[in-house]
Write a protein that binds this ligand. Structure first.
Ligand code: NAD
Length: 366
């Protein structure tokens, strides 16, 4: 499989896009009574059933929703593979307003569609979806994870995601500075939501000098007060004198405008799709000598958590032990990238594809 610049996809028709990205199946779901419009994309099931959250968004067009679901499900394939999970990549998007449309009937109808795929796709939370929504979906399908702890689930995966990001930062620091001790290191964290705030807590415990930013002034001030860290205006974070930049907000924060401004030695954060264009911006960082920890590897704690929940007998300690392996994997990827003179994102995808290729051949499909 060749690495594609997803963001520069030229095709717009479903079949040509699927042909470019290599999806196995894309399902359109419509229900007149509840107004449900959903797309489920199954990218690859060579290692196991496809798993990926459901995102609800008021997309400007169906094309936008389709592009999103295809791009995100492909990312899940690599994330599961690189994390050593026996899972494939999938994703679902619900087109509509999460504030007004999410009724019990709507969510259960969506659950029925998931059930009709007989386990080829397993869902979980993503943007604008929560554990309560998963409860309704679980009334119609067993192929759902990310359930509340009261139902035997793992609960909020964000603390596990933050732990994986922390492991990724330490591994990258080891590669760049020769030590993974973050004491005294100047770290800029963009976005102090679920993942960012748990991360800041760990960094502060290790005596790092943390500066945070967030578009929510209120949230930023509350977290700064709680952990005694500095704050900076949202756009100024890129010009901050820092050793480490940790993007934990939304995607595409590494782009033509921001990369030339960065003064850090490494970038390692929890946000998905940090590089606006994978190859172009990965190479821009490489040219500037800034080491980049691949996002889909170091933010995999969440999928490790929900994946373990799906296997059954959720065990928090086992989940954290699994997530800790991100440290070693990250170092291997950075070494491979250096050896082959490619970007770390390319090295990570290469490693994920190797596992899909090799293990996919020996695995007996269930
Ligand atoms: P969240 O919504 O709780 O937090 C995101 C924070 O970023 C919010 O506080 C928001 O105000 C802030 N923000 C948005 N745009 C910003 C900007 N331009 N500058 C500064 N701050 C900005 O979300 P989260 O669950 O913490 O997830 C954060 C990122 O990590 C997302 O990209 C998500 O896809 C990714 N991720 C999360 C998990 C998880 O377990 N929650 C797992 C894997 C990946």
């Amino acid at each position: 499989m060749e690495i594609k610049e997803v963001q520069s996809l030229k095709s717009e028709g479903l079949f040509s896009m699927v042909a470019e990205l290599g999806h196995e199946q894309v399902v359109h779901c419509y229900d007149e009574a509840t107004g449900l419009k959903a797309l489920i994309a199954i990218h690859n099931t060579a290692l196991g059933p496809s798993l990926g959250g459901t995102r609800m968004w008021n997309y400007a067009s169906e094309q936008e929703a389709l592009t999103d679901v295809l791009r995100l499900s492909r990312g899940m394939t690599f994330k599961a593979a690189i994390s050593g999970l026996n899972l494939g990549g999938g994703k679902a998007v619900l087109i509509g307003d999460a504030k007004t449309m999410k009724t019990e009937a709507y969510l259960r109808r969506f659950g029925k569609f998931i059930q009709s795929l007989s386990g080829k796709y397993i869902t979980a939370e993503d943007v604008n979806m929560n554990t309560a929504d998963m409860e309704y979906i679980s009334m119609e399908t067993k192929y759902v994870t990310g359930l509340p702890e009261s139902m035997g689930g793992g609960g909020d995966p964000s603390p596990v995601t933050a732990y994986g990001v922390y492991m990724g930062i330490k591994a990258t620091a080891k590669k760049v500075f020769g030590t993974d001790d973050l004491g005294g290191k100047k770290i800029g964290v963009q976005g102090v939501g679920q993942v960012g705030s748990y991360l800041v807590e760990r960094l502060v415990k290790e005596n790092a000098k943390v500066t945070i930013t967030d578009i929510s002034e209120e949230k930023m001030k509350a977290i700064a007060k709680r952990f005694g860290v500095d704050t900076i205006d949202q756009d100024k974070i890129y010009d901050l004198d820092m050793d480490i930049y940790s993007p934990c907000a939304l995607g595409a924060s590494l782009n033509d405008d921001t990369i030339p401004r960065l003064k850090c030695a490494l970038v390692a954060g929890g946000a998905n799709n940090q590089l606006k264009e994978e190859l172009k911006h990965g190479n821009m960082l490489l040219d500037r000598g800034i080491v980049y920890a691949p996002d889909f590897l170091i933010n995999a704690g969440g999928v490790i958590s929900v994946g373990n929940e799906f296997y059954g007998n959720y065990n928090r300690e086992r989940v954290y032990r699994h997530t800790e392996k991100i440290y070693d994997t990250c170092l291997s990827i950075l070494n491979l990238a250096e050896k082959e003179k490619i970007t770390s994102q390319e090295a990570a995808i290469k490693m994920a594809e190797k596992r899909i290729e090799e293990v996919g051949k020996v695995r007996i499909p269930r």
